[in-house]
Structures are given as C-alpha cells and as structure tokens.
Design a protein around this ligand. Structure first.
Ligand code: PMP
Length: 351
C-alpha cells in the first residue's frame, strides 16, 4: 500500500499469470502456450517489418489486419476490432458494454481475469455456480443483469458449450451484451462468429496466442455488430490510438493467411491431447472432456498440490489452482509428443 495510490489502485487485486521461469530447463505445461513455433510465413513477415520503418507510427486504424481478420471470419471490417492480445480487447469490452448499476454474470469457475476487470471498472459480478460435472448452467444466465461473459471452451475446465446453447443464450438476453471469449475455440469447438450477423448484442473475442503460437506477439480480435465495434473503438481511441505495433500487425496478417500451417499444428495438438487424455485415465486420473489445448485432471487419491510439487521436482511445470472446488485439479497444457511423454513418464513414477 502507498499513500500515493488512488483509492482505485489501492482496492485492486491484480491477476497473477502462470509462472514464466527465466531458465528453459522445465517442460513448460503451465500457461497453455502452443508447443510449435509460429507460421514460418509469419516469422518472415515480422522480420521484414523489423527491417522496414519502425521509425514511423503504425496505422492507427490497423486497416490491413482488420480486413484480414474480417475476411477470415466472413464478416465486414466494420464488424471487426483488433487489439494487443485478447486481454486488452476484453478490458476495452468491459469498459464499453457492461452496466455498473446491474450485476455482471459469469461462471464461478472461469478465467480469473474477469473478476479483476470487473473490479477495475467498478462492476458487480454475480457468479453462477457450475454443476457437479463443471457444466455451465446456461439457463441461469437470464433475468435482470448488466451483461454476460463466458469463455468457450471454459477455462480451466476445458469443456465446450454447443453453439445451439450460445444461440439460445443470445435469444434469452437480447437487451445486454453477451461476450463469448473464444481463446481456445480452434481446438475442437464451433465459433459463434457465424451468429454475429443475427445478434447485435454478441461480441466474440479471439486470440492468436494459442492456436497460432503467437502468445508473445499480443494479438486479439473482437467480432460483433457495427454498434459494438464502434463502442470498442471509442474506448480504444480514448486510451491509446496506436494500440498495435508494426511488427504485430504484419505478423498477424501473415499468420491468418497461412491456413495449412494452422491446420497442421492444431491437428497435432488435438491428436496429442486425445492420446494423453487416454493415458492419464489409465493411470487413474479423472479428466473433463477437453476441447481446448489443455487437460483438466484430478487423481482421486493424490492431492493436486502434491502432484504439482512432484512434477515440478521432475522438471515438469503444470498449473495448480489453490481455489475452492478446483483445488484438487491440475491444468496441463498440451505440449509436443516428446514433452507429453516426459509428463506421462513423471506421472507413472508418482502415482
Ligand atoms: N481468455 C482466456 C479464457 C484465456 O485463458 C486467455 C489466456 N490466458 C486469454 C483470454 C488471454 O489471451 P491473450 O491475452 O494472450 O490473447
């Protein structure tokens, strides 16, 4: 605490991301990064961007990337917004769309940044408990409220909400913005971007951090009605009109254009996930039905805190959540086959 801090700064409890060890000795399965490098075409485009004129400011309206992302989703540039990672896009969306006078609805087990942003923007979260199987009780997202946000698949449970249920959610809540955070959608889900033309209150948020292997570049998107995209631009231009840098803009455009590489690496991650899910079940673990690039697992006889420590000792870093209901679970990002063999080998020694 400092006397120089505003009441807002003093009241915040900032998000603590997963550990990023400075040495590279760990098999790092704790922050849902992609184990494969970014598209070679994206790397080349970024090299070119570095060699071009970094002296100049980037395009404040990010036209080329906005057009590329819009095209990719079959939407118009007016329905498309880009930002520095989906965390930034989400921050702008919280500021732009949620009514502080009414509760903001989100699942009680979900991406923990939502609580932080709610606090930052003076919103009052109303957390909706998940059912026994960690499913989101979608029918409870209705009534008097100031907005809805949920990830699909949910994090850290990895479970997918079918598109039909997202559609019903939108039909039930026409008067408030509904944000679907699709950070992990490419690993087995069906995106809600197809619903954007029908629902003016839907905002779909995506990222290049996971399925495109560009977590370090910080590129995120939002897709929604022109009305919503205008709202995001109002916030962005009141905050930092040059949000994205020249290197990120060029790399992101090239990444979106390299569909073959995207398919190949995503398919590999999915195949590895399915194999490892089978292997951990054989070792006595319970696993949710993951449609993301991570597994959410628990062992009925060994506390997750102990597994976490034992894995760490063997050089494998996973995510452990010391919070109610999920404190016996580990979240394990899907690495290369070799990395996952090390993980499963370590588990065999432990259980
Ligand atoms: N949403 C969810 C559900 C996430 O898990 C993450 C990654 N931690 C993000 C958004 C943010 O991703 P980024 O800012 O890298 O785009």
């Amino acid at each position: 605490m400092s006397k120089f801090w505003s009441p807002l700064a003093a009241s915040l409890v900032p998000y603590v991301p997963g550990e990023q060890p400075k040495d590279k000795t760990y098999v790092k399965l704790n922050t849902n990064e992609n184990p494969y490098p970014p598209s070679p075409a994206a790397l080349k485009a970024m090299e070119d961007a570095v060699n071009d004129d970094l002296r100049l400011y980037p395009d404040p309206t990010c036209d080329e990337l906005v057009r590329a992302a819009a095209n990719y989703c079959g939407l118009s540039p007016e329905q498309t917004f880009v930002g520095n990672g989906s965390d930034e896009v989400l921050a702008f969306a919280f500021a732009a769309f949620f009514d502080p006078a009414k509760p903001l609805l989100f699942p009680d087990i979900t991406y923990s940044f939502y609580k932080v942003y709610a606090k930052l923007y003076g919103l009052s979260p109303k957390l909706i408990p998940l059912d026994e199987e960690f499913n989101i009780p979608m029918e409870q997202f209705q009534g008097e409220h100031g907005g809805i946000i949920m990830p699909n698949p949910n994090a850290p449970t990895a479970q997918l909400i079918p598109l039909s249920e997202i559609r019903s959610l939108l039909e039930r809540n026409p008067d408030n913005v509904v944000i679907i955070d699709e950070a992990y959608i490419d690993f087995g889900g069906q995106s809600a971007v197809t619903l954007v033309p029908q629902f003016p209150n839907l905002l779909v948020v995506q990222t290049l951090s996971k399925s495109r292997s560009l977590a370090g570049l910080r590129v995120g998107f939002a897709f929604g009605s022109e009305e919503l995209i205008d709202g995001l631009n109002r916030i962005k231009n009141s905050f930092n009109s040059y949000t994205m840098d020249r290197v990120a803009l060029r790399g992101a455009v090239a990444s979106l254009a390299d569909e073959a590489y995207f398919r190949e690496t995503t398919d590999k991650v999915i195949a590895t996930r399915e194999r490892v899910a089978r292997q951990v079940k054989e070792l006595g673990f319970r696993s949710t039905d993951s449609k993301a690039n991570f597994l959410f697992i628990e062992h009925p006889a060994i506390p997750a805190s102990e597994l976490f420590a034992e894995l760490r000792e063997r050089g494998v870093l996973v995510r452990y959540f010391n919070s109610p209901r999920i404190d016996n679970y580990l979240r394990v990002s899907i690495g290369t086959d070799e990395e996952m063999n090390t993980f499963v080998g370590a588990l065999r020694e432990i259980v």
